[in-house]
Design a protein around this ligand. Structure first.
Ligand SMILES: [Zn+2]
Length: 293
């Protein structure tokens, strides 16, 4: 059984249906209308901290990663994850800032990590310690299908995780093995979050950031948010769209990071549209974890 090496393999695994094509056409229309109104550039010029997250950097996606960094880098400063968190917490947001992160710890993150490093960008890679170094093909197939809805893709091992760290990237926790944290008992939830951080600290030396699997607010109960900070993390990230502005200092646990999902295969104009849309709607009211997600 082979592993998916190219994004083309993933698309063949889950072909885009009619809905996908209609969505694509609608986005193309929306983004050109937005651009024609001059609203795209205006929104993207807004001072803010915006987090992008990608999952995978397959070989056929690397040119798109390079284009994305070059294009957005003309009007934004790319900053490391720790600095992005600090700027929000200290209300020091004087220009448009972007920060790159990647979830799930696929082995192809190494290639993406190199491209980012070569362009002077430090990212945060969120990994699942329980899946790091996984070799059994049947188990990989099962995890990818059940938890990630993906064809089999190889995971990083600890040497490779350390290679990413040596490139200047941060390593964050994405929970032990990508379970739905909301489905765990309170005890198992605390155990999962603490154990994941400890494993990363043991292997890499630090694990300041946490991003939960699936990323909707409902995927991390309030008790989980508490567990994330009790375990010693400095930040907790969702995958809800949005970005951050701040006008007064915040405590670590008053910030619940929003991130904009990016698939590198999407047209650049679609990505710019999503980012501009989040930038336009930025509000200090969106910095925290919602009372009732
Ligand atoms: Zn994930």
């Amino acid at each position: 059984m082979g592993f998916a090496e190219r994004y083309a393999d993933v698309k063949a695994f889950a072909p885009v249906g009619l809905r996908g094509h209609l969505r694509h056409a609608a986005l193309t229309g929306l983004s050109s209308w937005y651009r024609a109104q001059g609203r795209l550039e205006e929104s993207l010029a807004r001072p803010r901290v915006q987090f992008l997250y990608i999952h995978h950097t397959f070989t056929d996606e690397l040119p798109a990663l390079e284009r994305l960094i070059q294009n957005l880098g003309r009007t934004h400063a790319f900053i490391p994850y720790g600095e992005a968190v600090d700027r929000i917490l200290k209300a020091r947001i004087d220009r448009p800032y972007l920060c790159v992160s990647s979830d799930d710890g696929f082995r192809n993150n190494l290639d993406g990590g190199r491209v980012l490093r070569d362009h002077g960008v430090s990212a945060c890679f969120f990994i699942n310690p329980g899946l790091i170094g996984l070799r059994d093909p049947e188990r990989i197939r099962q995890v990818c299908a059940e938890r990630l809805h993906f064809p089999p893709v190889a995971f990083l091992d600890w040497d490779e995780v350390n290679e990413l760290a040596a490139m200047g990237h941060e390593i964050g926790s994405h929970s032990w093995e990508h379970r739905r944290l909301g489905s765990l008992s309170m005890e198992a939830l605390h155990d999962d979050i603490g154990r994941s951080r400890d494993a990363i600290v043991d292997h890499v030396g630090a694990a300041p950031h946490f991003a939960y699997p699936y990323g909707r607010f409902r995927d991390l109960p309030a008790e989980g948010v508490k567990a994330v900070f009790e375990a010693g993390h400095r930040s907790c990230a969702s995958a809800e769209r949005g970005c951050h502005i701040s006008d007064a200092p915040l405590q670590n646990n008053q910030l619940h990071i929003r991130r904009d999902h990016v698939i590198l295969d999407w047209p650049l104009e679609h990505v710019r549209y999503f980012l501009a849309n989040s930038a336009r709607r930025a509000s200090t009211a969106k910095n925290g974890y919602p009372a009732q997600p």
